[in-house]
Ligand binder design. Structure first.
Ligand code: KG4
Length: 336
């Protein structure tokens, strides 16, 4: 089954063709980062307008890169939630038009379910059940993936997402947007004990997390050193910050995995590219005996291949949409 998949939930326009849920025939991503960099973050209206300009040509390219003609497509899958609402609407409307014109079923896909499915591309033997740590610019959650289409949140952030925290701190440091990648590269040559930073706890909810305290402490540290005329040890700060984020995430996902008892842990989302988190999870899984599944770096950030993968399993479960499909800024992952 060849699925044309569309993703436009934030600042990447993406189209892909995926065969039978696991084989990526093509994956095209057009990033808008350059346009948003001058503002230090994503400007929603600019993002929507750029999606409108890019999406048709990118979908055509995905079909031709796959070596297929339009009439060899079997369905159209699209991210319909969550995300910047204007941006998601562009993808949903395009996918509806394409499915209607080609006479194909329309498959709605939850963006975070897509991130989880990115693991299926790399790990052909990965099947649910497993526990997945989903960490991106908008999401930080530990998800119980009971089957391809049945999942629920075991724990998550009570305030900021981990990626958002990386981005805000990097913006104040003036080291670029999005900030996770530059912070990660700096951290690799820094001393993670240089600046002790807080790791948030939510009492009574041991799998939940909080990143707002870390963000505030980091911003205060940066401003205080500026005011005192001190030069911040940037690599040391980035390494200390990366350690604090990892120390929040890793013990909680390990505890969740122990509770669930599946023996399998996956990671998903843009922050899954973080080298410190990947290394700490590898070390923790070596100790616990859990099998760890990490997505390829190119499938950690937003892409449409992951939407095509998850779309296949949604279709198999009978989850197709009518022509009244809408877009949603927020949506529980359990609803799908
Ligand atoms: O999954 P994604 O592309 O978009 C969302 O669905 O949110 O994730 C983007 C986030 C940004 O916050 C970015 O700073 C972060 O992923 N990120 C990283 C790294 N690469 C990207 N965070 C930490 N370390 C990285 N290497």
């Amino acid at each position: 089954m060849n699925i044309l998949a569309i993703e436009s939930s934030c600042d990447d326009t993406a189209a892909a063709v995926v065969r039978d849920g696991r084989t990526v025939l093509s994956s095209c991503v057009s990033s808008q980062i350059e346009m948003h960099t001058v503002y230090g973050g994503v400007v929603p209206e600019i993002a929507s307008r750029k999606h409108v300009e890019t999406i048709s040509g990118l979908a055509e390219k995905a079909v031709s890169d796959a070596g297929l003609s339009r009439n060899e497509l079997d369905a159209v899958a699209v991210t319909y939630a969550p995300g910047l609402i204007g941006a998601v609407l562009v993808g949903v409307n395009f996918a509806k038009g394409a499915a209607l014109a080609l006479g194909l079923p329309l498959i709605p896909v939850h963006h975070v379910r897509g991130h989880i499915a990115a693991n299926y591309i790399t790990h052909l033997d990965l099947k649910p059940p497993f526990v997945c740590l989903c960490v991106s610019g908008g999401t930080t959650a530990i998800v119980d993936v009971r089957s391809y289409t049945e999942m629920s949140v075991l724990g998550g952030t009570r305030d900021d997402a981990a990626g958002e925290c990386f981005d805000k701190v990097a913006r104040v440091l003036g080291i670029g947007y999005p900030g996770g990648g530059p912070m990660d590269r700096l951290a690799q040559v820094g001393d993670d004990g240089k600046y002790p930073l807080p790791v948030g706890h939510v009492s009574g909810a041991e799998l939940d997390m909080s990143f707002s305290g870390l963000k505030t402490a980091s911003l205060n540290l940066i401003h205080n050193s500026e005011q005192k005329g001190e030069v911040l040890d940037l690599p040391g700060f980035a390494a200390s910050f990366g350690k604090a984020v990892s120390d929040s995430l890793v013990p909680r996902v390990m505890a969740a995995a122990k509770m669930a008892g599946y023996g399998k842990i996956a990671v998903a989302g843009g922050v899954a590219a973080n080298s410190r988190i990947r290394a700490d999870l590898q070390a923790a899984c070596a100790r616990s005996g859990d099998r760890l599944f990490l997505p390829e770096l190119r499938y950690c950030g937003d892409n449409a291949a992951m939407i095509g993968c998850q779309g296949f399993y949604e279709f198999q479960a009978g989850h197709t949409a009518g022509w009244d499909l809408n877009a949603y800024a927020t949506r529980d992952i359990g609803v799908g």
